[in-house]
Design a protein around this ligand. Structure first.
Ligand code: ADP
Length: 444
């Protein structure tokens, strides 16, 4: 059922008598007046489809920019719904709901890539400004289409193939000498939908099982990674594009745990190549808003450092959270400016280096110490730590917040300084997870 958050609050109000019913109607009438006024007069309205932390942090920037933001949320308790004045409760897989939230918006954008493209095509046909558009989004929704399109553009990607049956899998196993990474074409996130089978038998079994469950598959060569990088760029419908410095990202069990910007010790040529690649992809695929190009750094046959594209995300991305405290313009602000086709902000660094460490729900159980107390302890030890929480409950390995920590402006980003910054950001994030210092530190 679609409904305004405050409508549903009204409908659950007791109305045993006529006077109660009347009072409830009055409140409903007041509410519709209040709702109109909830939009900044004369300011653009951006509809964000999605209710997670990315929508929440876009909303935060919308406040600063004097914009109105509306979110289509699955529940009133969702991360973005908690902090947004204009929340519509509904389902992004329901066309009527998507239409309802979009009709009067100046731009419609997303915090995920899963809205069915046929709905978006209909919105566009009805004259609604959808950014990014389905012709771009398809390349972030389907990993096989993405690989095919990137190859056409001449972008480096690992060797890949479609997997329609176990024969395809057996032949790819033979071609790659058993270096196989199997992926669900759609719907994967945080490493869900990525498998590294140890034997051909295991690959065959996996493929048979997944195809039986109607999971469309592809396979690609398993790369021996030097590390993972991310190239973030924002682009407007008019074609202005601005890239941030390349970020290094660290993944554990398929989940991003840390990002460092600028990527330390980086080979200048690879860096330029990665930045240029992100611009080319944004332009050629006609991406609008923020594009994150996740990259693998590896050694080629000659032993030289090289990059290939792992994945594209067409929205603000976890590897860009550092921009909130380390760049003149954050990725969330830039995304809003980009989808509204407004001039883009500077992507210059405001600190020699910034580290972002994710706060993931504890593996076993949430510690008894309340989160606000954990935050106080972190601030006492690391007063420069910027903690960003998403208003989410604990669940094992769930992303519930992140910590950004920057080097002071006058401290050069030497290897030692960056290594120390990484340790401190990690310590702070780990404390928020476990309520104890992983280095055994005790307050004097
Ligand atoms: P998701 O869509 O779940 O984020 P990804 O395709 O980004 O999945 O893969 C998750 C992680 O798995 C990557 O960040 C990387 O660490 C590892 N990975 C994915 N593909 C490969 C590959 N071809 N070779 C080596 N590692 C890979």
């Amino acid at each position: 059922m679609i409904g305004r958050v405050k409508d549903s609050a009204h409908s659950s109000a007791p109305s045993a008598s006529d006077s109660n019913a009347e009072a409830s109607m009055t409140r409903a009438a007041d509410w519709s007046i209040a709702r109109a006024a909830a939009h900044a007069p004369g300011a653009p309205l951006v509809t964000i489809i999605g209710d997670g932390q990315l929508a929440r942090m876009m909303q935060q920037e919308a406040v600063e920019l004097g914009l109105s933001a509306r979110v289509l949320a699955g529940s009133a308790a969702a991360s973005a719904a908690q902090v947004t004045a204009d929340v519509v409760l509904g389902d992004y897989t329901n066309k009527a709901h998507v239409l309802e939230v979009s009709t009067d918006a100046d731009a419609v954008t997303f915090d995920h890539e899963h809205v069915p493209n046929e709905f978006l095509d209909e919105l566009i046909a009805a004259g609604i400004n959808v950014q990014p558009q389905p012709k771009a989004l398809i390349n972030a929704q389907d990993k096989l289409i993405q690989r095919q399109r990137l190859s056409e553009l001449g972008a480096p990607v690992p060797a890949f193939t479609a997997i329609e049956n176990t024969e395809d899998a057996a032949s790819f196993w033979a071609t790659t000498g058993g270096k196989v990474c199997l992926k669900a074409r759609r719907g994967g996130y945080d490493g869900k939908g990525v498998w590294f089978p140890d034997s051909e038998a295991e690959l065959n079994e996996l493929v048979a099982e997944l195809l039986d469950q109607d999971v469309p598959l592809m396979a690609e060569e398993k790369v021996v990674l030097v590390r993972e990088l991310s190239a973030l760029v924002a682009r407007t419908p008019s074609g202005e594009a601005k890239a941030w410095p390349i970020t290094e990202s660290v993944q554990e069990r398929g989940i991003c745990v840390e990002a460092v910007a600028p990527a330390p010790g980086h080979d200048g040529e690879v860096l330029n190549q990665a930045r240029e690649l992100s611009r080319t992809i944004a332009t050629e695929l006609d991406v609008t808003g923020v594009l994150a190009v996740e990259l693998f750094e590896f050694r080629d046959a000659e032993g030289e450092l090289a990059i290939s594209v792992n994945e594209l995300a067409m929205r603000p991305h976890n590897t860009g959270h550092w921009t909130q405290n380390g760049s003149v313009t954050s990725q969330f602000e830039q995304h809003l400016r980009a989808v509204l086709d407004r001039p883009l902000g500077s992507t210059d660094l405001t600190a020699p280096a910034t580290v972002m460490a994710n706060v993931l729900g504890h593996d076993d159980a949430d510690p008894a110490m309340p989160m606000h107390e954990r935050m106080d302890q972190v601030w006492r030890r690391f007063p420069a730590a910027k903690i960003h929480m998403y208003g989410k409950d604990w669940r094992p390995r769930r992303k519930i917040g992140h910590v950004n920590l920057s080097l002071p402006a006058d401290q050069p980003a030497t290897d030692e300084a960056v290594a120390q910054l990484r340790r401190e950001a990690r310590l702070a994030a780990d404390f928020l997870v476990a309520a104890e210092w992983s280095d055994g530190w005790t307050e004097a």
